[in-house]
Design a protein around this ligand. Structure first.
Ligand code: UD1
Ligand code: UDP
Length: 356
């Protein structure tokens, strides 16, 4: 069996790694990197650390407007699919690379497997929501990390091909957690005391492209009275410059984006995590660290329902209040993301269905 996997952005390299480990034993996987993320700190570092093979095709699309980026990917993925003629196409998550891969395959009648299917924020202003909805409606296999995701699909009339597998990001955390502890020196390098600092990430367009929200968030960061570390996404760095906003709090260390092992080590030892990332919300939950999500809604509703995640939006007072007071009793929190064997289930389903 021949599988074309299309990836392009940081979280997709991380999600593809556990699936690749299982898939390579049972099928030929042809890896296509769209080039959506190209800085070494957003791309190469993950291939090196996670033992993902070099892409068979690198499309070099880079940063562009949504239409130009998705359009160029569509064109170039189609060329690869013409050449390779795979039995199926595998995509992850909700980026422009996900949608372009799915759209190219759908028009060529190549069946699509979507990992992380069924997630919904119900906010169509997010580019990710559009990418998810469309990809789900094009897919033949919809691998859902949670029950909520299965129910979301049911409400849209999709039940065929839907499988509850658990979350591949949990597979990745369980596989790499000990490695991170052994190999990462990030806490020593940054002189951070375990349990004494906040970890912050911020990059979602709904925050970075909105001056009012960015100003409120930056004001909150400037008022923090505990040490914090912020590996900054290039999008955020650019927007802060354009908006002439400055992070002037000496307690907040702004650093370049870090590799996955350093990130796991920073997450696992943080007092609390502040983020607008999808993946980081889940990792905080897996690693039992309270997470404050600077968004108005989340797809990972279970983390909020279980009291492990506090939504503050971009509200400065709410962010500072949560930093001060939000605590989580993890003895009362139960696992909702599976058992860390999602990748095996995904590959089993694909193999079984394609043999028929
Ligand atoms: C993309 C995804 C988002 C995901 C995020 C993961 C879409 C619509 N968005 O957002 O869902 O959460 O990846 O990190 O697909 N840039 C660089 N170097 C790079 C890549 C980007 O400097 O290697 C800068 C460029 O200025 C670019 C901006 O970041 O314009 C945004 O990049 P883009 O890939 O369009 O979206 P992300 O914000 O990374
Ligand atoms: N991540 C990383 N280094 C960083 C920031 C994030 O390795 O400096 C990892 C993080 O641990 C998670 C994934 O990147 O596995 C999340 O990606 P991101 O926040 O960029 O995107 P999202 O999940 O919001 O789509």
């Amino acid at each position: 069996m021949r599988v074309v996997t299309v990836v392009g952005a940081r979280p997709q390299f991380i999600k593809a790694a556990p699936v690749h480990r299982v898939l390579r034993r049972r099928a030929q996987e042809i890896l296509v990197h769209t080039g959506q993320h190209y800085d070494p700190s957003l791309s190469k570092v993950f291939f090196d650390e996670l033992n993902i093979p070099q892409p068979d095709y690198h499309l070099g699309v880079g940063s562009k407007s949504h239409g130009a980026q998705t359009g160029e990917m569509l064109l170039k993925v189609e060329e690869v699919l013409e050449k390779v003629r795979p039995d199926l196409l595998l995509v992850y998550g909700d980026t422009n690379s996900t949608l372009a891969g799915a759209l190219a395959a759908a028009k060529m009648h190549i069946p699509i497997a979507h990992v992380e299917a069924g997630l919904r924020s119900f906010n169509r202003r997010m580019p990710e929501e559009i990418n998810r909805v469309l990809t789900d409606h094009l897919s033949r296999w919809l691998f859902c990390p949670t029950r909520t995701a299965v129910q979301n699909l049911e409400r849209e009339g999709i039940s065929k091909g839907v499988h509850l597998t658990g979350d591949v990001m949990l597979d990745a955390v369980l596989y790499n957690r000990k490695l991170a502890e052994d190999r990462s020196r990030i806490l020593e390098q940054l002189e951070l005391e375990p349990g004494q600092y906040l970890l912050i990430t911020l990059h979602r367009a709904e925050n970075t492209d909105d001056l009012r929200r960015m100003k409120s968030i930056v004001d909150a960061f400037n008022e923090l009275s505990v040490p914090a570390v912020l590996p900054m996404h290039p999008r955020t760095r650019n927007r802060l410059n354009q908006m002439e906003l400055s992070l002037s709090n000496p307690l907040v260390k702004v650093i370049e984006p870090v590799g996955y092992l350093d990130m796991l080590q920073l997450e696992a030892n943080a007092r609390k995590i502040l983020t607008d990332s999808g993946g980081v919300q889940k990792e905080a939950f897996f690693l039992q660290v309270p997470v404050i999500t600077m968004r108005d809604e989340t797809e990972w509703v279970e983390t909020v329902e279980q009291g492990a995640n506090r939504l503050t939006g971009a509200n400065k007072a709410a962010i500072l209040e949560a930093v001060e007071r939000f605590e989580v009793d993890f003895t009362r929190v139960s696992s909702v993301f599976g058992d860390g064997r999602a990748a095996e289930r995904i590959v089993d389903h694909l193999m079984r269905d394609l043999e028929l």
